[in-house]
Structure formats: C-alpha cells, structure tokens
Design a protein around this ligand. Sequence first.
Ligand code: DGL
Length: 263
Amino acid sequence: MAHALIFDSGVGGLTVSAEIRKALPELQQTYAADDVFRPYGDKTDIQLKARLPELLWTLCEATQVDLAVIACNTASTAALTEIRAALDIPVIGVVPAVKPASLKTRSGQFAVLGTPGTIRRDYVENLIKDFANDKEVVLQGSTRLVALAEDKLAGRPVDMAALSHEVAPLFSNVDVDTVVLACTHFPLLKDELAAAAPPDVLWIDSGEAIARRTVSVVKEIEGSRPTRDEPDLALLMGPNDDAARRDAFSNYGFGRVVGLMPG
Ligand code: DGL
C-alpha cells in the first residue's frame, strides 16, 4: 500500500492532487493545507526554511505516509533541500515548467507567472540559464492571484478587474505566446486567466509532470501497491469554518475534511 502526503499553503495543491489521482486512482492521499501561514509567496527564504522542514516532519510522522509531494512552487524553490534532509521518505517537489515553455514557444518569448518569492529565486534563474538561455523571459510575481484562487474555491466571485491588473504586464510585450503557471494555485484560474489574456496563449503548469514523477516513485517504493484503505483525508490547518471551501476539497476527492484548529 502506498500513501502520499500532498502539501501546499492552501488549495493550490489540489491541482497537483487531481493529476496524481488521474494517474494513480488507488493511491491513498492525505492533503495538508498550511492556511495559517499563507501566502508563502511573500515570506522570506529564512521564514520558509525555518517552518517547513519541521512542519513536514510532523505531518509525515502523524500520517505515516510513504512519500511526500510538496505541491507548491514557493515551498519547493525555497526549502526542498531542507525538507528532504528532514524526512526519510521520498520527497517530490514542483519544478516551474520553464523547460517545456522554452520548447513550446513559437515567438521565442514566454512568461513565468509565480509568486513574488518564486520568481526572484536563484532556482528559477538557473532553470532559465539552463533551458531558456536563447529565449526572452518575462518574470511576473503575484500574491493577489493566490487569494483569487482561494476565493474561487471558497465559492466567492473572482474579482476579474484585479485579475486583469495582475495579468496585463505579462503581455506588455506582444510576442509573449506562452505562460508558465509557476504557482499551483494558478491553474485553478485557467479560464479567468485565458479570458484576461490575448487569444491563443499557451498556459503550461507542472501538474502532469509531478504525476508522472509520482508514478515512478510509487513503483520504486518497496512492496508498495497503490490501494486506498480509507477515504482520502484533507487536513486544513487554521480556522476553517468556510463550508464552501471544505466542499471544494470533497469535490476533489477528499472524503474526510478536518480542520486542525477550527475557528
Ligand atoms: N501554491 C503555492 C505555489 O505553488 C503558493 C501560494 C502562496 O503564496 O501561499 O507557489
């Protein structure tokens, strides 16, 4: 039996969970949303490195999972090495899809839309150096879009004026034809982003790539067979009296939704 922890600051990891569920329908998933510390995108590396290894260790000990998926670009680019060092199980992180975007752009110009934390990290700079050295890359950070994705899954209307304001700078250069969604919250807003962008823009996220990686890691775990013993569990850390948001987790396949610090 294999059991995976899916971790994010909020609902963003659901986009990764859904891809993993498609690829491994029988894999037991436990989701943890660090609602109390969101948004990660405006936290420093020091803050994230101080919080995440210990938090992930505690969650993995409590849930006895076989592998952990850090379904968050901000956490992965800031603290993956430290999280891996703290855990003795395989840890899969998210890599912003710079390489696929570099291969797919027709104009030679693409954008990376992430949190402010992610886009300023060396990790992203190195991906661009390694895989998109000959391309023009626009970097755009937004924490507002994280809040808008949370709104959407909590059943609140998405403020399209605010969303357009965040997206407009991506296309100040008209030749940008491809956008990397380098935050797992952003694919939740794909329709709204497409409505606010020029037609025919290609949006690329890392969900399927993480699912493929998860398939191969599960295969490598000795004796593991993906079979679900119990309904999948979502642990929401923080005050969680929002019924619509809890329903969103149920709709993504989490049969049990538990608030760890009910407000
Ligand atoms: N979902 C997270 C990511 O992929 C970040 C959201 C946040 O800023 O908390 O970067």
